[in-house]
Design a binder for this molecule. Structure first.
Ligand code: GLY
Ligand code: MN
Ligand code: MN
Length: 467
């Protein structure tokens, strides 16, 4: 068991309201597990524990070997039980004091009598027909299996998804903090982007700021001059004059709310003409897509809006030939912009992705098959309170240009000599990513949570050069 820090994102009334909303939509009890920590090597050398997001959302304190039980029809207080593992006699010695049951009950919005030992979950669910939400940890899954709990049905999962899709003010406040921490990290990364430094210098500068803001990484930061490797890792490569660096990183605050932002810039801050042209193209795509983030807008359309802007810039750069609208309709952008324009963000960087496309895709919508669209993680109509990323990019990915099935349909539209020149130069990749909260009114436009991090190419150069 890890020492417990009872830092709750929301007041007890908010948790009770969420539980009551869920209880109004389910017809059998649901158990939501916090999960178990993972061992790094031997059993007492653990990774930092991160409780399961639904468990945190409904008010579970961040403690492993714990679970919430929510009965159908509960008012969010009665009919809710928190099962927890009390500290062992030696735990205070190694881990320090843990908050009392009274403190936890108050934070959750239940009474002390509604707190039970984790072992009592077995008798509480013995009557059967109980659903569960589990993190993908083998010990938790095995425990749910032993108790004969059934995986939540799609209908039960959707009852949770519908709630979590829309962020309340408490959640947005936490996300603004995660954004502030991420901005500080990225500014430090920019200042470390000097010729002669390495990718790891950038990563170290970035992570130090996240820690200073009492956050951790929301995923393994991508700090690389091989930005065309979409989820590539920092490998410690040296930055040379002309190296194009891509930094994709964000923060996760204590309540598990995250930020996720990307910038690309040249080492030392001096853009080459093609770097600058393609960067400005991505920036235009970013701005057009963000402006479209208003209630009622279909996310797939925003993806295609970004794609069309990218096709326009690729034609201007002489990499593609033809009418940008026609190239967009044919899907030619996939050769340079293979991933989706973004995803849900909230608790965890790809919010709700543990529910798969049930969360990301509205009822009746399927993931498209076409390359360039098939990695799109979200296709819902936007609603006030949703938070999404917008992250278009342009990449020169060697493995794409080796795949005839992807390239041949566009032989007429590709300037292969120009493409090969960039591939030979190991151009890399450019992505710009912001976190965008949808507001009530289209007239106000969205709130860009990450707006404090400059994305203007000259301003970014100034930050790098003002170190
Ligand atoms: N780094 C993962 C993402 O931006 O979605
Ligand atoms: Mn990202
Ligand atoms: Mn992202």
């Amino acid at each position: 068991m890890a020492a417990m820090d009872l830092s709750m994102t929301s007041p007890p009334t908010a948790y009770a309201k969420r539980r009551a909303s869920l209880a109004g939509k389910i017809s059998r009890p649901m158990v939501i597990f916090s999960g178990h920590a993972l061992a790094r090597s031997y059993a007492t050398n653990m990774h930092v524990f991160r409780a399961e997001s639904c468990y945190l959302y409904f008010g579970g304190p961040s403690l492993e070997h714990a679970a919430l039980l929510i009965e159908p029809g509960s008012n969010g207080r009665d009919g809710c039980t928190w099962f927890r593992t009390p500290p062992g006699p030696d735990d205070p010695l190694w881990l320090g004091p843990t908050p009392s049951d009274a403190t936890c009950a108050e934070a959750i919005g239940i009474t002390v009598s509604q707190i039970k030992d984790y072992d009592a979950l077995e008798s509480a669910t013995a009557a059967g027909n109980v659903s569960c939400i589990t993190p993908p940890h083998p010990d938790t899954l095995a425990h749910a299996c032993k108790l004969k709990l059934s995986k939540a049905t799609d209908e039960e999962s959707l009852a949770i998804i519908d709630l979590r899709l829309i962020k309340d003010d408490h959640e947005l406040t936490a996300m603004r903090h995660a954004a502030t921490a991420g901005v500080a990290g990225h500014l430090a990364a920019m200042r470390a982007a000097q010729v002669g430094n390495s990718e790891t210098d950038i990563q170290a500068a970035l992570i130090a700021e996240l820690v200073r803001h009492n956050c951790r990484e929301s995923f393994s930061p991508i700090c690389t001059i091989r930005g065309e490797v979409l989820h590539g890792e920092c490998a410690g490569r040296k930055l040379e004059k002309g190296s194009l660096i891509l930094v994709d990183a964000g923060a996760e605050e204590t309540g598990a709310y995250t930020s996720d932002m990307t910038r690309a810039y040249p080492a030392g801050g001096e853009w080459t003409p093609i770097q600058r042209h393609l960067y400005e193209t991505v920036l235009r795509a970013e701005q057009a897509a963000i402006a479209a983030c208003v209630p009622g807008k279909r996310y797939l359309e925003i993806h295609h809006l970004a794609a069309q802007t990218i096709c326009e810039g690729l034609v201007e750069a002489g990499l593609l030939k033809g009418d940008p609208a026609d190239l967009t309709a044919r899907g030619a952008y996939g050769l340079f912009f293979p991933h989706g324009v973004g995803h849900l963000i909230g608790m965890g960087v790809h919010d709700l992705e543990d529910f798969g496309d049930l969360a990301g895709y509205a009822a009746g919508r399927m993931r498209p098959e076409r390359f360039g669209d098939c990695f799109l993680r979200l296709d819902r109509d936007l609603e006030p309170g949703m938070v999404v990323t917008i992250e278009p990019g342009i990449y020169l990915v060697p493995s794409i240009w080796e795949r005839d099935a992807l390239v041949k349909p566009f032989t007429d539209a590709i300037n292969r000599t120009a493409v090969d020149a960039l591939l030979n130069d190991q151009f890399g990749g450019i992505r710009i990513e912001e976190d965008v909260a949808i507001r009530e009114s289209s007239a106000d436009g969205p709130e860009v949570l990450t707006a404090a991090l400059p994305n203007d190419p000259d301003e970014v150069s100034r930050i790098i050069q003002s170190r």
